[in-house]
Design a protein around this ligand. Structure first.
Ligand SMILES: Nc1ncnc2c1ncn2[C@@H]1O[C@H](COP(=O)(O)OP(=O)(O)OP(=O)(O)O)[C@@H](O)[C@H]1O
Ligand SMILES: [Mg+2]
Length: 223
């Protein structure tokens, strides 16, 4: 059984008074535990929409996502929230950091729902910030960070609770070559620890280490 399986996923967005947009049409895919999947394709092809379904942030119009054989797409909100909290980490395309919290507090946030002590949480968050090269920015608010730094804080936050599956939407899109190398090294480390990666990216560097590349075009899987 695959860790993650999308079956005939369709997602229709309907804005009132407009033609529907079929962001995904009959997309089926499988991700084995410990594998690296890169999702590629032009802008608007449905990559973020697919990620949202796999991460149970959104529900398909038809089709389903199975996690370890269990249908997560039509599970209750509580079950979906547990899946997101315990099993996955997500780096959003727009980062979605909390503006009132420092870099360190943002990274520590997923640990608030664990029974870890405050001091241990801060230590763990500091480790992750160091791993993305941002220990010196721990006290900065998101608006006091560069775009690439925000992106790396988001990566540290997604990994702080050591999730089974890491989803990342364009994790190297706003950073220079050196920072991208750093992000890539971190992703390799995640895979070496036996975790599963699902990365949306145009970056050719993200294609090389992938066990499979899924290419979307106009909502359809073309390879
Ligand atoms: N909430 C929404 N409501 C209506 N249409 C949407 C919504 N989200 C996405 N779409 C449309 O669905 C299509 C797929 O969007 P999606 O964000 O999945 O593309 P993408 O492949 O991630 O693109 P990019 O590379 O630019 O991030 C696009 O045509 C987009 O305009
Ligand atoms: Mg996108």
């Amino acid at each position: 059984m695959s860790l993650l399986e999308g079956q005939d996923l369709c997602r229709k967005y309907q804005l009132s008074g407009q033609d529907p947009v079929w962001a995904l049409r009959d997309v089926s895919c499988r991700m084995e535990a410990g594998s690296w999947t890169t999702i590629a394709g032009p802008s608007g092809s449905g990559k973020s929409s697919l990620l949202a379904l796999l991460a149970a942030l959104d529900r398909p119009t038809s089709g389903k996502v199975l996690v370890g054989g269990e249908n997560i797409s039509f599970a209750t909100d509580v079950v979906q929230a547990r899946y997101r909290r315990n099993r996955i980490g997500i780096v959003f395309q727009e980062y979605q950091l909390l503006e009132q919290l420092s870099a360190l507090e943002n990274v520590a946030m997923p640990l608030l729902v664990t029974n870890m002590k405050g001091k241990t949480r801060r230590e763990r968050a500091r480790q992750l910030l160091a791993a993305v090269g941002l220990e010196a920015r721990a006290a900065h608010l998101p608006r006091q960070l560069s775009g690439g730094e925000r992106q790396r804080v988001a990566l540290a936050r997604a990994l702080v609770h050591d999730p089974d599956i890491l989803f990342a939407d364009e994790p190297t899109s706003n950073i220079d070559q050196k920072a991208a190398r750093q992000v890539l090294d971190i992703l390799h480390g995640v895979k070496d620890r036996g975790r599963t990666l699902v990365i949306v990216s145009h970056d050719p560097q993200m294609l090389v280490p992938a066990d499979q590349v899924l290419t979307l075009e106009d909502g359809r899987l073309v390879s």
